[in-house]
Design a protein around this ligand. Structure first.
Ligand SMILES: Nc1ncnc2c1ncn2[C@@H]1O[C@H](COP(=O)(O)OP(=O)(O)O)[C@@H](O)[C@H]1O
Ligand SMILES: [Mg+2]
Length: 379
């Protein structure tokens, strides 16, 4: 390439070559971001919530290699232009301010979450009565001669029946077909049913505040069955200890923290004890629960905090669970990742969080070892 020079201003223009990624390989690489089926579906539901849906239906349908997963919401839907933008990668600026209810950030979730599970993604949306439908098919991209980004019009042949899912109302349908990352060799119908259970537990936890918020009245159904919220702190139990809510200033932003010590095993009946353990068990579920705009990002982590070296999860502290609320305007400070499953506290609040956690851990240890006798609090 030639070196171009502006004679007048003597400004050197950059020498460049055009270097777009090859569509098929780029998407193949993005498939490995590390989503599970549960975290991928949570990312799809984030979009439904951001579009003000109050009903989300997830349909798992087993047919061996032809199995499908569909998510149908009754949100505002997208017009043709919005749907086209939604399907493209790199169409939104991650640095933009987001609406207060927007659970998105990178403009990638719909695509990266979907491709982590399937090879064909079809999105149909209806807004103000007008329907549109676009589709990515990784097999079509892989077989194309020129590495182009071929976004296909309409549903695949044979899949049209899915498109009637939202009846006469506005909303959006996300359809995953060719589930090559789920239906791997040896994966059978029982595995599919077990997967549905895992997804149900995950969504019950991640969206518990939306599911129990009477103003929002969000309902998530899996194959017609309502997902019940799972609240980690047992705040309604009389033997749970809860600190006052602390508001910590982190630069111009406020972080809200409330510490909880759950009741000793003796204070819970067997069913309560099993349920409160959470899907990963008592010891794994201790620590901070980080919420971003009410949506749970991290379920039980000591966030790398500790004195000298980071605390590890130990049985003695298993009753300690701390709620921490941040807003989406603090994403960069907290280093939110694309999967929205990682967050790091900014340095300015680490000391304060360490002190609160230290106190809560000590209270939790005492309840754990004192077999359910109430711990008198100084507060
Ligand atoms: N279910 C939906 N209803 C309405 N709009 C949606 C829906 N899903 C995605 N979108 C639109 O597509 C855009 C891109 O979604 P996504 O790839 O998940 O990135 P992000 O959520 O970070 O913006 C969203 O910002 C939104 O405008
Ligand atoms: Mg999103």
């Amino acid at each position: 390439m030639k070196l171009a020079m502006s004679a007048e201003k003597n400004i050197q223009k950059p020498i460049y070559r055009h270097a777009p990624p090859r569509a098929c390989l780029m998407i193949e690489a993005l498939r490995g971001l590390g989503y599970t089926t549960s975290t991928a579906l949570a990312d799809i539901i984030d979009n439904s919530i951001a579009a003000n849906a109050n009903k989300v239906d997830i349909l798992f349908s087993w047919a061996g290699k032809l199995s499908t997963i569909a998510v149908i919401d009754n949100g505002e839907g997208m017009d043709e232009y919005e749907l086209d933008n939604a399907m493209r990668l790199g169409q939104k600026n991650p640095l933009d301010e987001r609406g207060i209810n927007d659970l998105g950030r990178f403009g990638l979730g719909l695509k990266t979450a979907s491709f982590s599970q399937c090879r064909r993604l079809t999105v149909a949306s209806r807004k103000n009565g007008a329907s549109n439908c676009l589709r990515w098919d990784l097999d079509v991209l892989a077989n194309s001669q020129d590495d182009g980004w071929y976004l296909l019009e309409g549903a695949a042949l044979g899949s049209e029946s899915h498109m009637t899912a939202f009846g006469d109302s506005d909303g959006t349908l996300v359809l995953w077909e060719n589930l090559d990352r789920i239906v791997t060799p040896g994966f059978n119908e029982q595995d599919f049913l077990d997967l549905i259970d895992q997804v149900e537990h995950h969504l019950a936890m991640v969206f518990h505040r939306f599911l129990s918020d009477v103003r929002r009245c969000l309902q998530i159904n899996i194959n017609g069955r309502a997902v019940e919220p799972w609240e980690p702190f047992l705040t309604n139990h009389p033997a749970t200890w809860s600190s006052p809510v602390e508001r910590i200033s982190s630069g111009s932003r406020i972080v809200e923290v409330q510490c909880h010590v759950l009741p000793h095993k003796d204070r819970l009946d067997e069913r309560q004890h099993i349920l409160a353990a959470g899907s990963n068990g008592w010891t794994a579920q201790q620590g901070f629960y980080v919420y971003r705009n009410q949506r749970l990002l991290l379920a039980g982590s000591w966030l790398g905090l500790g004195r000298g070296r980071p605390w590890t999860k130990e049985e003695a502290y298993r009753l300690a669970r701390i709620r921490l609320d941040i807003s989406n305007s603090a994403d960069a400070d907290w280093k939110i990742d694309i999967r929205k499953s990682m967050a790091r506290p900014p340095v300015v609040i680490r000391d304060k969080l360490t002190r609160l956690a230290e106190d809560t851990r000590e209270r939790a240890r005492r309840v754990f070892t004192h077999q359910g006798h109430p711990v008198l609090s100084a507060d």
